[in-house]
Ligand binder design. Structure first.
Ligand SMILES: Nc1ncnc2c1ncn2[C@@H]1O[C@H](COP(=O)(O)OP(=O)(O)O)[C@@H](O)[C@H]1O
Ligand SMILES: [Mg+2]
Length: 487
């Protein structure tokens, strides 16, 4: 059952009922605002007193019968006569019950039939509060719990009987104690407290993530006397958020692998080149050695070493790029990031008549980024540009950086290809939009996700001389840490 949350300023419903909790020796441990109103005794003078003496309670049934009913059913209902602070006698309908887990304590609720209307309303409200799926917790301005519904019992493990009258700090993780004090102070001053996510500590010590709203509770005279908290368990939401984040990171990774997969044969060729060179130098070395030319053999060995180093570098760069790793942002030199992306993107393109131009603005030296993720973006943009120019008479690839207003840097990648096809223009950044036979069409959607998670932008526009320009803007330094949720 879902019950609409009570209006913001509604006091905790239990507190509205004329009710008291008495300990095994009959002393009043809990005394509600409703009881104050019905009997005329303020809380301070009622707490700790013997309930039956203070109220001069005369039940219609003998005490043994009531005790038997409480032991047997946990509940007794009947008429009682009680006395108000001003001496007036009351004829009341009583509902006494035993606390489920603290069977020696008795909860007494009284209904004044002469005033049944408002009691009835309070009862109804109490029923709503009790059946609410959200924890509804009342506390006074000193931080003592004044009411605690069933959902609060389930969420936090304390029963109402256990916690009412005790400090709310019992359910607060230590690091939230100061914050709680500040919130109560604000409430006391009548200032609003925005809804927010927080955490609470259950009786068993585990932590539960919650979303809560807090509103002031006023007495009949309108004075703020406490606060009511409505809290929802958001464990599911947090789990889903984590799961989503994980699967988004997976997707980014898979797309990186798939981009590389498309240049797999060119990659194999690239790695093969130093190996072939090594074989050549080895043969040459053998020949020069056989001819007794020691110096020539030494040169060949040196070349072999260089080629092995080159091969190792390529493999290392690939391994870095393919690795799955958590997001890590820091100021990085843009020129290096661009150079590494270019060296990957140009693999296998040595035969193509591509003219590469770099315009690197020294004022756009660094940007805050996750290096591998931004290299993944640049790699896809560069590959798209190179693939788009496959048939173009002029194949000019330009990478330019510049400083932009608002502490940002821009990286532009321009090509002289045919421009964006009409069919993809409107849906360019949506997934699975591709005009390529072997394309997946997820590159640009993932690029935009990555860039936006960096608090940046990714846009496309026509290149005035023909072709397309993609522009990335990123924070130059010290901007918000990217939230991988958006990746
Ligand atoms: N520089 C470009 N010039 C022309 N068309 C482009 C360019 N970049 C992207 N496109 C178009 O956008 C589509 C989607 O690109 P992308 O999301 O990277 O997926 P994929 O490269 O797998 O097709 C491409 O198939 C192509 O039609
Ligand atoms: Mg692509």
């Amino acid at each position: 059952m879902t019950v609409p949350a009570p209006p913001d300023a509604a006091p905790p419903a239990f507190d509205l009922l004329p009710a008291l909790i008495r300990t095994p020796d009959g002393r009043i441990r809990q005394w509600t605002t409703g009881a104050e109103r019905l009997y005329g005794w303020p809380r301070q003078s009622a707490l700790g007193q013997s309930a039956h003496t203070l109220l001069d309670t005369e039940p219609a049934e003998p005490a043994e019968a009531i005790g038997a009913a409480l032991r047997r059913d946990g509940v007794w209902q009947g008429r009682v006569h009680q006395r108000k602070a001003d001496g007036q006698r009351l004829d009341l309908a009583a509902h006494w019950s035993v606390a489920a887990d603290s069977p020696t304590e008795v909860l007494e609720v009284a209904i004044d039939p002469g005033n049944a209307g408002s009691t009835e309303a309070a009862y109804r409200l109490a029923a709503i509060v009790d059946s609410s799926e959200e924890a509804i917790i009342g506390k006074d301005l000193a931080g003592r719990v004044t009411s605690w519904n069933r959902a609060a019992e389930q969420m936090l493990g304390y029963t109402a009987a256990e916690i009412i009258g005790r400090p709310i700090a019992l359910v607060l993780p230590d690091r939230l104690l100061a914050e709680e004090a500040a919130i109560l102070e604000r409430i006391g001053r009548g200032e609003p407290v925005a809804r927010h996510e927080s955490t609470r500590r259950r009786k068993d010590g585990t932590i539960v993530p919650i979303f809560l709203s807090i509103s002031p509770v006023r007495d009949a005279a309108g004075r703020i006397v406490g606060a009511a908290t409505i809290a929802r368990d958001i464990s599911d939401r947090i789990h889903m958020r984590e799961a989503l984040r994980t699967s988004q990171m997976e997707l980014v990774h898979v797309s990186r692998l798939s981009e590389l997969g498309q240049i797999a044969s060119a990659l194999a060729h690239e790695v093969n080149q130093p190996l072939a060179a090594i074989a050549n130098y080895a043969a040459a070395g053998r020949r020069t050695l056989a001819a007794g030319n020691g110096a020539g053999a030494a040169t060949a060995l040196e070349r072999i070493g260089q080629q092995a180093g080159r091969g190792g570098e390529i493999v290392q760069r690939l391994r870095d790029f393919m690795r799955k790793r958590p997001t890590e942002t820091r100021p990085e030199p843009l020129a290096e990031v661009i150079e590494e992306s270019l060296s990957l993107a140009l693999i296998g393109m040595h035969e193509r008549p591509i003219r590469l131009t770099r315009w690197l603005d020294p004022a756009a030296g660094t940007a805050v980024l996750d290096r591998i993720q931004i290299e993944q973006v640049l790699f896809n943009l560069l590959r798209n540009a190179i693939e788009a120019m496959a048939e173009a008479p002029q194949q000019e690839l330009t990478v330019a950086t510049r400083r932009r207003e608002g502490n940002r840097v821009e990286i532009a990648i321009a090509d002289t290809g045919p421009g964006l096809p009409e069919t993809v223009r409107a849906r360019l950044f949506q997934p699975f939009v591709t005009t390529k036979a072997n394309g997946l069409g997820i590159g640009l959607s993932i690029c935009r996700g990555i860039v936006q998670a960096h608090d940046g932008t990714l846009t496309a526009e026509p290149n005035p001389g023909g072709g397309t320009i993609f522009r990335i803007t990123l924070p130059a330094s010290c901007a918000a840490v990217p939230d991988p949720r958006n990746v």
